[in-house]
Write a protein that binds this ligand. Structure first.
Ligand code: SF4
Ligand code: SF4
Ligand code: SF4
Length: 393
Protein backbone atom coordinates (compact mmCIF):
# COMPACT_ATOMS: atom_id res chain seq x y z
CA UNK A 1 0.00 0.00 0.00
CA UNK A 2 1.42 3.38 -0.94
CA UNK A 3 1.65 6.23 1.54
CA UNK A 4 -1.18 8.67 1.37
CA UNK A 5 0.51 12.05 1.66
CA UNK A 6 -2.06 13.85 -0.49
CA UNK A 7 -4.99 11.52 0.05
CA UNK A 8 -5.75 12.62 3.61
CA UNK A 9 -5.81 16.26 2.56
CA UNK A 10 -7.95 15.47 -0.47
CA UNK A 11 -10.47 13.42 1.49
CA UNK A 12 -10.64 16.23 4.06
CA UNK A 13 -11.38 18.68 1.25
CA UNK A 14 -14.13 16.44 -0.16
CA UNK A 15 -15.64 16.10 3.32
CA UNK A 16 -15.64 19.88 3.80
CA UNK A 17 -17.60 20.20 0.53
CA UNK A 18 -20.23 17.84 1.93
CA UNK A 19 -20.46 19.73 5.21
CA UNK A 20 -20.92 22.91 3.20
CA UNK A 21 -23.75 21.28 1.20
CA UNK A 22 -25.39 20.10 4.44
CA UNK A 23 -25.15 23.59 5.90
CA UNK A 24 -26.49 25.06 2.68
CA UNK A 25 -29.53 22.76 2.65
CA UNK A 26 -30.21 23.25 6.37
CA UNK A 27 -30.08 27.03 6.02
CA UNK A 28 -32.19 26.99 2.85
CA UNK A 29 -34.96 24.68 4.00
CA UNK A 30 -34.73 24.95 7.78
CA UNK A 31 -34.11 28.64 8.41
CA UNK A 32 -34.98 30.17 5.04
CA UNK A 33 -31.55 31.78 4.61
CA UNK A 34 -30.87 31.77 0.86
CA UNK A 35 -27.72 33.81 0.54
CA UNK A 36 -25.91 31.24 -1.59
CA UNK A 37 -28.53 30.61 -4.25
CA UNK A 38 -29.74 27.17 -5.31
CA UNK A 39 -27.64 24.04 -5.76
CA UNK A 40 -24.51 24.26 -7.87
CA UNK A 41 -25.60 21.65 -10.42
CA UNK A 42 -28.33 24.03 -11.54
CA UNK A 43 -25.58 26.42 -12.61
CA UNK A 44 -25.37 25.15 -16.18
CA UNK A 45 -29.10 25.34 -16.95
CA UNK A 46 -29.25 28.73 -15.18
CA UNK A 47 -26.36 30.07 -17.19
CA UNK A 48 -27.82 28.97 -20.49
CA UNK A 49 -31.22 30.39 -19.61
CA UNK A 50 -29.50 33.73 -18.97
CA UNK A 51 -29.90 33.60 -15.20
CA UNK A 52 -26.78 34.70 -13.40
CA UNK A 53 -27.16 33.32 -9.89
CA UNK A 54 -24.72 31.91 -7.34
CA UNK A 55 -24.76 28.48 -8.99
CA UNK A 56 -24.01 29.95 -12.43
CA UNK A 57 -21.09 31.98 -11.03
CA UNK A 58 -19.70 28.86 -9.40
CA UNK A 59 -19.83 26.95 -12.69
CA UNK A 60 -17.90 29.74 -14.45
CA UNK A 61 -15.28 29.74 -11.67
CA UNK A 62 -14.92 25.94 -11.89
CA UNK A 63 -14.41 26.12 -15.66
CA UNK A 64 -11.83 28.90 -15.30
CA UNK A 65 -10.02 26.88 -12.63
CA UNK A 66 -9.38 24.18 -15.24
CA UNK A 67 -7.22 26.64 -17.20
CA UNK A 68 -4.84 26.92 -14.27
CA UNK A 69 -5.09 23.62 -12.41
CA UNK A 70 -6.61 21.15 -14.86
CA UNK A 71 -9.48 19.09 -13.48
CA UNK A 72 -8.40 19.61 -9.86
CA UNK A 73 -12.01 20.52 -9.14
CA UNK A 74 -12.92 16.88 -9.86
CA UNK A 75 -10.30 15.44 -7.54
CA UNK A 76 -10.64 17.92 -4.69
CA UNK A 77 -14.02 19.66 -4.67
CA UNK A 78 -16.71 17.76 -6.60
CA UNK A 79 -19.35 16.48 -4.18
CA UNK A 80 -20.03 13.45 -6.33
CA UNK A 81 -16.36 12.52 -6.34
CA UNK A 82 -16.61 12.49 -2.56
CA UNK A 83 -19.45 9.97 -2.79
CA UNK A 84 -17.54 7.93 -5.39
CA UNK A 85 -14.48 7.74 -3.13
CA UNK A 86 -16.60 6.99 -0.07
CA UNK A 87 -18.16 4.01 -1.85
CA UNK A 88 -14.69 2.85 -2.89
CA UNK A 89 -13.50 3.08 0.72
CA UNK A 90 -16.54 1.24 2.11
CA UNK A 91 -16.28 -1.60 -0.42
CA UNK A 92 -12.57 -2.01 0.30
CA UNK A 93 -13.21 -2.04 4.06
CA UNK A 94 -15.99 -4.60 3.64
CA UNK A 95 -13.57 -6.63 1.53
CA UNK A 96 -16.15 -7.26 -1.18
CA UNK A 97 -14.32 -9.86 -3.23
CA UNK A 98 -15.61 -8.97 -6.73
CA UNK A 99 -14.73 -5.33 -6.19
CA UNK A 100 -11.35 -6.12 -4.62
CA UNK A 101 -10.40 -8.15 -7.69
CA UNK A 102 -11.17 -5.24 -10.01
CA UNK A 103 -9.56 -2.77 -7.62
CA UNK A 104 -6.30 -4.61 -6.96
CA UNK A 105 -5.47 -5.21 -10.60
CA UNK A 106 -6.80 -1.78 -11.50
CA UNK A 107 -8.99 -3.34 -14.14
CA UNK A 108 -11.34 -0.65 -15.33
CA UNK A 109 -14.24 -1.42 -17.59
CA UNK A 110 -15.01 1.39 -19.94
CA UNK A 111 -16.50 2.11 -23.29
CA UNK A 112 -14.50 3.49 -26.20
CA UNK A 113 -17.53 5.64 -26.95
CA UNK A 114 -17.62 7.31 -23.57
CA UNK A 115 -17.56 10.74 -25.26
CA UNK A 116 -20.66 9.82 -27.20
CA UNK A 117 -22.24 8.66 -23.96
CA UNK A 118 -21.26 11.80 -22.06
CA UNK A 119 -22.34 14.09 -24.92
CA UNK A 120 -25.82 12.57 -25.12
CA UNK A 121 -26.17 12.79 -21.34
CA UNK A 122 -25.04 16.43 -21.48
CA UNK A 123 -27.61 17.13 -24.18
CA UNK A 124 -30.31 15.51 -22.04
CA UNK A 125 -29.17 17.59 -19.07
CA UNK A 126 -29.75 20.68 -21.20
CA UNK A 127 -33.11 19.57 -22.59
CA UNK A 128 -35.06 21.42 -19.88
CA UNK A 129 -33.20 24.59 -20.89
CA UNK A 130 -34.05 24.07 -24.55
CA UNK A 131 -37.71 23.57 -23.61
CA UNK A 132 -37.50 26.63 -21.37
CA UNK A 133 -36.18 28.65 -24.34
CA UNK A 134 -39.06 27.48 -26.48
CA UNK A 135 -41.75 28.14 -23.86
CA UNK A 136 -40.44 31.38 -22.40
CA UNK A 137 -38.72 34.36 -23.90
CA UNK A 138 -34.98 34.30 -23.23
CA UNK A 139 -34.81 36.38 -20.07
CA UNK A 140 -31.55 37.66 -18.72
CA UNK A 141 -31.33 38.57 -15.06
CA UNK A 142 -28.65 38.94 -12.44
CA UNK A 143 -29.70 37.87 -8.98
CA UNK A 144 -27.36 35.81 -6.88
CA UNK A 145 -30.15 34.58 -4.63
CA UNK A 146 -32.79 33.74 -7.20
CA UNK A 147 -32.76 30.01 -7.92
CA UNK A 148 -33.04 28.39 -11.31
CA UNK A 149 -36.61 27.39 -12.22
CA UNK A 150 -35.49 23.95 -13.34
CA UNK A 151 -34.45 22.23 -10.17
CA UNK A 152 -36.32 18.97 -9.63
CA UNK A 153 -34.37 17.16 -6.96
CA UNK A 154 -36.49 15.00 -4.61
CA UNK A 155 -38.32 17.41 -2.32
CA UNK A 156 -38.45 20.37 -4.68
CA UNK A 157 -41.92 22.01 -4.86
CA UNK A 158 -42.82 19.83 -1.86
CA UNK A 159 -43.04 16.85 -4.20
CA UNK A 160 -41.08 13.62 -4.02
CA UNK A 161 -40.69 13.41 -7.81
CA UNK A 162 -40.74 15.99 -10.59
CA UNK A 163 -43.98 17.86 -11.32
CA UNK A 164 -44.34 15.91 -14.59
CA UNK A 165 -43.85 12.50 -12.97
CA UNK A 166 -46.57 9.91 -13.75
CA UNK A 167 -46.93 9.31 -10.01
CA UNK A 168 -45.97 11.46 -7.09
CA UNK A 169 -46.12 12.10 -3.39
CA UNK A 170 -46.97 15.39 -1.75
CA UNK A 171 -44.65 16.39 1.07
CA UNK A 172 -45.05 18.92 3.86
CA UNK A 173 -48.82 19.20 3.48
CA UNK A 174 -49.17 20.27 7.13
CA UNK A 175 -45.89 22.12 7.53
CA UNK A 176 -42.41 20.59 7.52
CA UNK A 177 -42.09 17.40 9.58
CA UNK A 178 -39.05 15.16 10.03
CA UNK A 179 -40.64 12.68 7.60
CA UNK A 180 -40.82 15.35 4.90
CA UNK A 181 -37.09 15.68 5.25
CA UNK A 182 -36.28 11.96 5.51
CA UNK A 183 -38.29 10.75 2.47
CA UNK A 184 -36.59 12.95 -0.19
CA UNK A 185 -33.26 12.45 1.60
CA UNK A 186 -33.57 8.66 1.25
CA UNK A 187 -34.59 9.07 -2.41
CA UNK A 188 -31.52 11.27 -2.98
CA UNK A 189 -29.25 8.76 -1.21
CA UNK A 190 -30.62 5.95 -3.39
CA UNK A 191 -29.78 7.91 -6.56
CA UNK A 192 -26.24 8.59 -5.32
CA UNK A 193 -25.92 4.93 -4.22
CA UNK A 194 -26.59 3.74 -7.79
CA UNK A 195 -24.23 6.36 -9.24
CA UNK A 196 -21.41 5.36 -6.90
CA UNK A 197 -21.65 1.96 -5.18
CA UNK A 198 -23.43 0.11 -7.98
CA UNK A 199 -21.47 1.64 -10.84
CA UNK A 200 -18.14 1.24 -8.99
CA UNK A 201 -18.91 -2.37 -8.17
CA UNK A 202 -19.43 -3.37 -11.79
CA UNK A 203 -16.91 -1.18 -13.61
CA UNK A 204 -14.22 -0.29 -11.09
CA UNK A 205 -13.36 2.77 -9.04
CA UNK A 206 -14.76 6.09 -10.22
CA UNK A 207 -16.82 4.52 -13.02
CA UNK A 208 -19.25 7.44 -13.07
CA UNK A 209 -16.43 9.91 -13.70
CA UNK A 210 -14.78 7.74 -16.35
CA UNK A 211 -17.86 6.70 -18.28
CA UNK A 212 -20.88 8.89 -17.77
CA UNK A 213 -20.36 12.27 -16.15
CA UNK A 214 -21.76 14.97 -18.48
CA UNK A 215 -19.83 17.76 -16.76
CA UNK A 216 -16.60 16.53 -18.32
CA UNK A 217 -17.95 17.95 -21.59
CA UNK A 218 -17.54 21.44 -20.10
CA UNK A 219 -14.27 20.86 -18.29
CA UNK A 220 -12.21 18.93 -20.83
CA UNK A 221 -12.15 21.60 -23.61
CA UNK A 222 -10.18 23.82 -21.22
CA UNK A 223 -7.56 21.17 -20.53
CA UNK A 224 -4.07 21.73 -21.94
CA UNK A 225 -5.00 25.13 -23.45
CA UNK A 226 -2.89 27.21 -21.15
CA UNK A 227 0.89 26.78 -20.96
CA UNK A 228 0.58 27.71 -17.27
CA UNK A 229 -1.69 24.82 -16.48
CA UNK A 230 -0.21 22.49 -13.89
CA UNK A 231 0.27 18.90 -14.97
CA UNK A 232 1.59 15.73 -13.39
CA UNK A 233 5.26 16.03 -14.27
CA UNK A 234 8.40 13.89 -14.09
CA UNK A 235 10.90 15.63 -11.83
CA UNK A 236 13.54 12.89 -11.80
CA UNK A 237 14.35 9.69 -13.67
CA UNK A 238 11.53 7.17 -13.84
CA UNK A 239 12.34 3.51 -13.19
CA UNK A 240 9.30 2.18 -15.07
CA UNK A 241 8.02 0.31 -12.01
CA UNK A 242 4.43 1.20 -13.04
CA UNK A 243 3.15 1.76 -9.48
CA UNK A 244 1.72 5.10 -10.67
CA UNK A 245 -0.20 3.51 -13.56
CA UNK A 246 -1.52 0.72 -11.35
CA UNK A 247 -2.89 3.23 -8.86
CA UNK A 248 -4.52 5.76 -11.16
CA UNK A 249 -8.29 5.61 -10.53
CA UNK A 250 -8.94 7.11 -13.96
CA UNK A 251 -7.08 4.27 -15.66
CA UNK A 252 -4.35 6.51 -17.09
CA UNK A 253 -1.09 4.81 -17.94
CA UNK A 254 0.90 7.51 -16.14
CA UNK A 255 4.26 5.84 -16.57
CA UNK A 256 3.89 5.67 -20.35
CA UNK A 257 2.40 9.16 -20.60
CA UNK A 258 5.41 10.77 -19.00
CA UNK A 259 7.70 8.67 -21.18
CA UNK A 260 6.02 9.65 -24.44
CA UNK A 261 4.87 13.21 -23.75
CA UNK A 262 7.96 15.07 -22.57
CA UNK A 263 7.53 14.02 -18.96
CA UNK A 264 3.94 15.28 -18.64
CA UNK A 265 0.58 13.58 -18.13
CA UNK A 266 -1.45 15.24 -20.86
CA UNK A 267 -4.40 12.89 -20.58
CA UNK A 268 -7.62 14.86 -20.26
CA UNK A 269 -9.06 12.29 -17.87
CA UNK A 270 -6.58 13.30 -15.16
CA UNK A 271 -8.47 14.64 -12.12
CA UNK A 272 -5.42 15.62 -10.05
CA UNK A 273 -6.13 13.10 -7.31
CA UNK A 274 -2.36 12.56 -6.82
CA UNK A 275 -2.68 8.82 -6.31
CA UNK A 276 0.17 8.47 -8.81
CA UNK A 277 2.33 10.93 -6.87
CA UNK A 278 1.66 9.07 -3.61
CA UNK A 279 2.34 5.70 -5.24
CA UNK A 280 5.76 6.66 -6.62
CA UNK A 281 8.31 5.55 -4.03
CA UNK A 282 11.15 7.28 -5.89
CA UNK A 283 9.37 10.68 -5.75
CA UNK A 284 9.52 11.06 -9.50
CA UNK A 285 6.21 12.86 -9.90
CA UNK A 286 4.92 16.29 -8.94
CA UNK A 287 2.12 18.57 -10.07
CA UNK A 288 4.00 21.34 -11.76
CA UNK A 289 4.04 23.98 -14.49
CA UNK A 290 7.79 23.60 -14.90
CA UNK A 291 9.51 21.71 -17.69
CA UNK A 292 9.95 18.03 -16.90
CA UNK A 293 13.30 16.53 -15.94
CA UNK A 294 14.86 14.59 -18.83
CA UNK A 295 14.58 10.80 -18.84
CA UNK A 296 18.21 9.76 -19.20
CA UNK A 297 17.64 6.01 -18.76
CA UNK A 298 15.55 4.54 -21.59
CA UNK A 299 12.62 2.26 -20.63
CA UNK A 300 12.70 -0.30 -23.40
CA UNK A 301 9.24 -1.79 -22.84
CA UNK A 302 7.62 1.51 -23.70
CA UNK A 303 9.46 1.70 -26.98
CA UNK A 304 8.48 -1.80 -28.08
CA UNK A 305 5.04 -2.38 -26.58
CA UNK A 306 2.18 -0.29 -27.96
CA UNK A 307 -0.45 1.33 -25.75
CA UNK A 308 -3.03 -1.09 -24.45
CA UNK A 309 -5.60 1.22 -25.89
CA UNK A 310 -3.92 3.11 -28.69
CA UNK A 311 -6.26 6.04 -29.05
CA UNK A 312 -7.02 7.17 -25.52
CA UNK A 313 -4.12 5.86 -23.46
CA UNK A 314 -6.20 4.26 -20.77
CA UNK A 315 -5.81 0.91 -19.07
CA UNK A 316 -9.27 -0.45 -19.61
CA UNK A 317 -10.94 -3.66 -20.58
CA UNK A 318 -13.21 -3.32 -23.57
CA UNK A 319 -14.39 -6.74 -24.54
CA UNK A 320 -17.18 -5.67 -26.89
CA UNK A 321 -17.37 -5.04 -30.60
CA UNK A 322 -17.85 -1.29 -31.36
CA UNK A 323 -21.33 -1.84 -32.81
CA UNK A 324 -22.45 -3.61 -29.64
CA UNK A 325 -20.92 -0.82 -27.58
CA UNK A 326 -22.99 1.83 -29.38
CA UNK A 327 -26.17 -0.28 -29.19
CA UNK A 328 -25.57 -0.62 -25.46
CA UNK A 329 -25.22 3.14 -25.03
CA UNK A 330 -28.47 3.73 -26.91
CA UNK A 331 -30.30 1.15 -24.74
CA UNK A 332 -28.90 2.73 -21.56
CA UNK A 333 -30.00 6.21 -22.66
CA UNK A 334 -33.51 4.93 -23.45
CA UNK A 335 -33.71 3.36 -19.96
CA UNK A 336 -32.52 6.65 -18.44
CA UNK A 337 -35.03 8.66 -20.44
CA UNK A 338 -37.82 6.48 -19.06
CA UNK A 339 -36.73 6.91 -15.42
CA UNK A 340 -36.06 10.63 -15.96
CA UNK A 341 -39.83 11.07 -15.93
CA UNK A 342 -39.48 10.79 -12.15
CA UNK A 343 -37.10 13.74 -12.05
CA UNK A 344 -33.76 14.84 -13.52
CA UNK A 345 -31.44 12.79 -11.37
CA UNK A 346 -33.48 9.62 -11.75
CA UNK A 347 -32.10 9.65 -15.29
CA UNK A 348 -28.81 8.33 -13.96
CA UNK A 349 -30.47 5.48 -12.09
CA UNK A 350 -32.13 4.24 -15.29
CA UNK A 351 -29.07 4.77 -17.46
CA UNK A 352 -26.72 2.99 -15.10
CA UNK A 353 -29.19 0.17 -14.41
CA UNK A 354 -29.89 -0.30 -18.14
CA UNK A 355 -26.19 -0.22 -18.99
CA UNK A 356 -25.30 -2.85 -16.41
CA UNK A 357 -28.22 -5.20 -17.14
CA UNK A 358 -27.86 -5.12 -20.93
CA UNK A 359 -24.07 -5.29 -20.85
CA UNK A 360 -24.32 -8.43 -18.71
CA UNK A 361 -26.94 -9.84 -21.03
CA UNK A 362 -24.83 -9.23 -24.15
CA UNK A 363 -21.79 -10.61 -22.36
CA UNK A 364 -23.74 -13.76 -21.41
CA UNK A 365 -25.08 -14.18 -24.96
CA UNK A 366 -21.57 -13.83 -26.40
CA UNK A 367 -20.23 -16.45 -23.97
CA UNK A 368 -23.10 -18.77 -24.89
CA UNK A 369 -22.30 -18.20 -28.57
CA UNK A 370 -18.63 -19.11 -27.97
CA UNK A 371 -19.69 -22.23 -26.03
CA UNK A 372 -22.02 -23.19 -28.86
CA UNK A 373 -19.31 -22.76 -31.49
CA UNK A 374 -16.82 -24.72 -29.37
CA UNK A 375 -19.36 -27.51 -28.94
CA UNK A 376 -19.95 -27.59 -32.72
CA UNK A 377 -16.21 -27.78 -33.38
CA UNK A 378 -15.80 -30.60 -30.83
CA UNK A 379 -18.77 -32.55 -32.23
CA UNK A 380 -17.45 -32.05 -35.80
CA UNK A 381 -13.98 -33.33 -34.90
CA UNK A 382 -15.48 -36.25 -32.94
CA UNK A 383 -17.58 -37.16 -35.99
CA UNK A 384 -14.52 -36.98 -38.24
CA UNK A 385 -12.55 -39.20 -35.83
CA UNK A 386 -15.46 -41.65 -35.78
CA UNK A 387 -15.56 -41.73 -39.58
CA UNK A 388 -11.81 -42.35 -39.77
CA UNK A 389 -12.08 -45.25 -37.29
CA UNK A 390 -14.92 -46.83 -39.32
CA UNK A 391 -12.83 -46.56 -42.50
CA UNK A 392 -9.83 -48.21 -40.79
CA UNK A 393 -11.89 -51.13 -39.46
S1 SF4 B 1 -16.04 13.68 -13.58
FE1 SF4 B 1 -18.02 14.60 -12.99
S2 SF4 B 1 -18.68 13.52 -11.16
FE2 SF4 B 1 -16.53 13.04 -11.47
S3 SF4 B 1 -15.46 14.48 -10.23
FE3 SF4 B 1 -15.59 15.42 -12.26
S4 SF4 B 1 -17.45 16.65 -12.27
FE4 SF4 B 1 -17.55 15.29 -10.47
S1 SF4 C 1 -2.70 10.69 -13.51
FE1 SF4 C 1 -2.32 10.82 -11.28
S2 SF4 C 1 -3.36 12.67 -10.63
FE2 SF4 C 1 -4.16 12.14 -12.66
S3 SF4 C 1 -5.96 10.91 -12.25
FE3 SF4 C 1 -4.29 9.49 -12.48
S4 SF4 C 1 -3.51 9.16 -10.41
FE4 SF4 C 1 -4.82 10.98 -10.36
S1 SF4 D 1 6.80 7.60 -12.15
FE1 SF4 D 1 7.42 6.60 -10.25
S2 SF4 D 1 5.84 5.05 -9.89
FE2 SF4 D 1 5.64 5.70 -12.01
S3 SF4 D 1 6.81 4.19 -13.15
FE3 SF4 D 1 8.15 5.95 -12.74
S4 SF4 D 1 9.21 5.43 -10.86
FE4 SF4 D 1 7.47 4.03 -10.99
Amino acid sequence: MHKAKFQNRRIFSLMVVHFYILLHFSLWYGVGVKIWGKTAMMGVPSLLAGHINAAAIMVVLVILSVLLYGRAFCGWACHLRGAVEFSDWVMRKLNISGYQRIRKKNILFNTRFRWLFRSIVFFILLLPVILYWIRHEYSFYFNVQKPSPMSDLPGNNNLLFSVNSPFNMQLATHGMTILDFIIPFVAGIFIVFVMTFVFNYFYGQGAFCRILCPYTIMLVPFMNLNAWQKKITRISNCTGCRACSDNCPQGIDVSREIYHYDGKVINKECIKCYHCVDACSSQTLADSRKKAAPQTKPIHIYEKTPWQNSYKHLQVIEPFHPVLDVILIVIAIVCGSITSRLGGFWFYVGTIGGYIVFRRLISWLLTEEVHLQNRKIITKSQNQMGQKKTMVT
